[in-house]
Write a protein that binds this ligand. Structure first.
Ligand code: HEC
Length: 222
């Protein structure tokens, strides 16, 4: 009996071990945790519209199709077609801008990378802190620098939003954006987590007959 319990616990332990965030954030002493919550549809929807308005012009997200996004985030596909698809007229296509990479590299000193997998490459916390830490620096060509990514080639494209919303509102908006980027890096995670709960419930119920069967088998032997 103890063995059965033990092996069940062992089987569950990787699911319980939640990856502790953190990690290095450039020159910052402390990395603020990104408020990631993949169940918050309103936040994901807001993040999607921010990404499309402010980032997609430079950064493709080629692994995410508009159609998939509409399904996962409960956005009416007609609305997506009308208001969100600037790069294509086919809803089954990935979010790919048509800007020439070489030209971009010559404008900014470095080409803006595809950000489909960015939060897995850097971590959501890194991206969150990066977007919160642009500061004016006259020695740089674009007049801005970044505390997380020193001498970055990217302009502070969210500056108008930061001014409009103030620091707290800006942090909330960036939180939504990073939440969406975290979803984007692994769109099937939402489904998998939902399925995971059912698998665990199934195992828990299966345990009951297995327990009594085990007792039954050993009754005459002992
Ligand atoms: C005007 C073009 C432009 C826009 C718009 C833009 N970026 Fe960038 N971004 C760049 C460039 C260029 C780089 C590469 C900088 C470098 O390597 O020095 C970059 C780099 C980045 C990186 C770091 C990539 C790495 O090396 O890991 C992140 C994260 C990022 N951008 C996020 C965003 C987000 C989120 C938005 C929307 C709010 C956005 N960017 C909008 C041009 C842009």
């Amino acid at each position: 009996m103890k063995k059965i319990l033990l092996s069940m616990l062992l089987a569950l332990s990787p699911m319980v071990a939640v990856a502790a965030g953190g990690g290095a954030c450039g020159t910052l002493d402390k990395c603020e945790p990104a408020p990631v919550n993949l169940k918050d549809k309103a936040s994901l929807q807001n993040g999607a519209s921010l990404y499309i308005s402010y980032c997609l012009g430079c950064h493709s997200a080629k692994y995410l199709r508009y159609e998939r996004m509409a399904q996962d985030l409960d956005i009416d596909p007609a609305l997506v077609e009308q208001y969100m698809m600037f790069t294509t007229d086919k809803i089954g296509e990935g979010m790919i801008n048509k800007v020439d990479v070489k030209q971009q590299a010559s404008w900014f000193g470095a080409a803006p990378p595809d950000l489909s997998l960015e939060t897995r490459f850097r971590s959501p916390d890194w991206v969150y802190n990066y977007l919160l830490n642009f500061y004016p620096d006259d020695s740089r060509p674009l007049g801005v620098n970044n505390r997380v990514f020193k001498d970055v080639g990217m302009p502070h494209v969210l500056e108008p939003l930061e001014q409009e919303l103030g620091p707290d509102g800006y942090a909330v908006a960036v939180g939504d954006l990073v939440n969406f980027m975290t979803y984007m890096a692994e769109p099937s995670r939402l489904q998998r987590e939902r399925l995971g709960v059912w698998v665990l419930l199934f195992l828990a119920f299966l345990f009951i007959p297995v327990y009594f069967l085990n007792k039954e088998f050993w009754r005459d032997v002992k």
